[in-house]
Design a binder for this molecule. Structure first.
Ligand code: PAF
Length: 292
């Protein structure tokens, strides 16, 4: 028994066949299984997803798999942080029973030629600058759902387009899994937690605060009854374009289901932003009204 196991830690499983067997056996006895897919480099945002699964379910599985197919050639897959020991500690501390940590060949056997692509929703926003990204995400998540046949899977609101794309995939393919989206976890000063925040210098971290501050201002205006969507959108963009150190990619007010940009008022609105701060690309969003 190693040190982690002695501490009553989550059980590490590397084989897809084994994790499927364990999950199927649990469900056969009537236990509800919750699943939190991740790429590791875990922070308090991931912790909140595992804690929610722990609260809702009898058995909690987290996965740690840095999925190569969602990285573009210029995005450095080899530099993606992989602090496995710390990740396992976080999973155990948050209440995971099992951590699935497959190898790349286990998830992508030689000659694999199947991909999963959700049309429409993946075209704009992140999809515009990362054209192959969502195909990588949907392909790996469908495969993870097949290997970890849980009752419910948890994703963060922070990756707003990702959760919309995954919910569409589940609906379109009638997958027998429920999707729960949990709120974005923020630092006390508003910065949305992200595995990429470690790349920010202290100055850049300060500059990055403008993203959440600009979104918060838009939400406040909506809460105060401002209904001129084009003006709100212009103001959000202008504020971010003028922010020192922030290179804006997009800032938009959209429909939370279709992600289509809005030209007029409606009762639910998502404000989405993406920008580069230094060499780090950050995204954030906030929602006004009911959306799920
Ligand atoms: O959000 C992530 O960490 C990843 O995109 C996911 C959903 C685990 C797929 O690799």
């Amino acid at each position: 028994m190693n040190q982690t196991e002695a501490a009553g830690a989550a059980r590490l499983v590397e084989s897809p066949e084994e994790i499927r067997r364990v999950v199927q056996a649990a469900r056969r006895t009537g236990l509800r299984v919750g699943f939190v897919p991740t790429m590791g480099a875990l922070h308090a945002g991931h912790r909140s997803l595992i804690e929610q699964a722990r609260h809702d379910c009898d058995v909690v599985v987290a996965s740690i798999f840095v999925n190569p197919t969602q990285f573009a050639p210029h995005e450095d897959l080899s530099k993606y942080p992989r602090p496995l020991e710390a990740d396992l500690r976080l999973c155990s501390g948050a209440g995971a029973d099992l951590v699935f940590h497959p190898s790349v060949p286990a998830m992508y056997p030689a000659g694999m030629s199947t991909v999963v692509r959700v049309e429409g929703l993946t075209r704009g926003l992140e999809g515009a600058s990362r054209p192959t990204h969502f195909q990588g995400v949907t392909t790996v998540v469908l495969k993870l759902f097949s290997v970890v046949p849980a009752d419910v899977a948890y994703f963060g609101q922070k990756d707003f387009q990702q959760q919309a794309v995954l919910r569409k995939m589940v609906a379109d393919l009638c997958l027998p899994i429920e999707i729960v989206v949990c709120p974005t976890v923020r630092e006390p000063d508003g910065l949305a937690l992200s595995s990429r925040n470690v790349y920010l210098s202290p100055t850049e971290r300060q500059q990055a605060l403008e993203l959440s501050a600009a979104l918060r201002r838009t939400m406040t205006q909506l809460e105060q009854g401002v209904r001129d969507i084009p003006a709100l959108q212009r103001e959000l963009r202008d504020r971010l374009v003028a922010a020192p150190g922030v290179v804006l990619d997009y800032a938009t007010l959209a429909d939370p289901q279709t992600l289509e940009e809005l030209s007029s008022w409606q009762p639910s609105v998502v404000a989405l932003v993406a920008a580069r701060v230094g060499t780090t690309r950050l995204i954030d969003n906030m929602v006004f009204g009911r959306w799920q």
